[in-house]
Design a protein around this ligand. Sequence first.
Ligand SMILES: Cc1ncc(COP(=O)(O)O)c(C=O)c1O
Length: 375
Amino acid sequence: MTTTTSSAPTTLNSTGERIYNFSAGPAVLPEPVLKQAQQDIWNIADSGIGIMEHSHRGKVFDAVIAETVADCRKIANISDDYEILFLQGGATTQFALIPMSFLTPVTTADYPDTGVWTTKAIKEAKLFGNVNIAFDGAAHKYDHTPTDAEISQTDGAAYLHYCSNNTIYGTRYSAPPKTPAPLICDASSEIFSRPINVNAHAMIYAGAQKNLGPAGVTLVIMRKDFIARAKTGLPTMFSYGKLAEKGSLLNTPPTFGIYLMGQVFKWILEQGGLTALEKRNDAKAKVIYDAINNSGGFYRPVAQPQCRSTMNITFCSPNDELDKAFIAEALANGMSGLKGHRDVGGLRASIYNAFPPAGCTALAEFMNAFAQRNA
Ligand SMILES: Cc1ncc(COP(=O)(O)O)c(C=O)c1O
């Protein structure tokens, strides 16, 4: 047997232990979930077969998907009025599938533009119908999300699409926008990090790779009466109705991703659910925001205070050189993934649900020491 040599950098930790992973996604997963997955990849539920090797039409996977749906409902108090779907193609595919299903050349959808991800969604929507840019965040370099008063809505809009947490800029809505139109939320980078009023929405979707599991599966929570309004005549795999009818099993679904999402759901429930997670996430974020606020101006936050994310904390040091030094020194201290997105620059600490509080304390201590050395 031949072996290949990886071109990946050598391990950052010579003990082989894990380091603090501040990546914006794919991102850190809960350790108990990873340990359970190690076992279940080998042999799940004493079946003698690993989870990735089971048929998606067999009893073992039937139980996995049924439990995953049930736990999802429990976490966010989701009634039977909503379907829960596990789709492929990432959140980006939803950017297209939503207007393909619900927008026509004679209707208009409202899109507050709060940065890269909504800009991409707007581009897709324009392929199918009219788009009202209901708020233009570019004018403020996307440093805040709009209040209801800042969103200019269209009478009779087909829907209003918003992104509840803007991963790149570290901004979030404190509450969903109020609208008479069906409300659609891209919650990719904060889903299940705080309580969410599902009933205010026609649809909520999220790529899994930040708060829910591995890349390759997208969670879609969708009201049944909204699904019923979708255009007909679309290709089978683009039909929410047909996907719902078959319980996400129109074709071979991403079985491992669904399994792991199910394990993350169990972990969320064990943590005490969304209220407990919100409390923990607020406390974790505060440690880092305090380090920014108490740095005497050394660190500059990107997002306005009233809409700062608890998942993605964005800030800059006094200049690009110091940003680079910060990233390199942090990595040498066992903290990776702190480079800001290329559109914003600077630094970003992504601290999703599974990110440990001790990592936030470690970063804050590092930030204080770095500021003192370089002020
Ligand atoms: C808020 C948000 N929406 C959408 C996406 C795109 O997700 P995907 O890569 O799953 O298509 C991302 C990716 O980071 C994101 O942060």
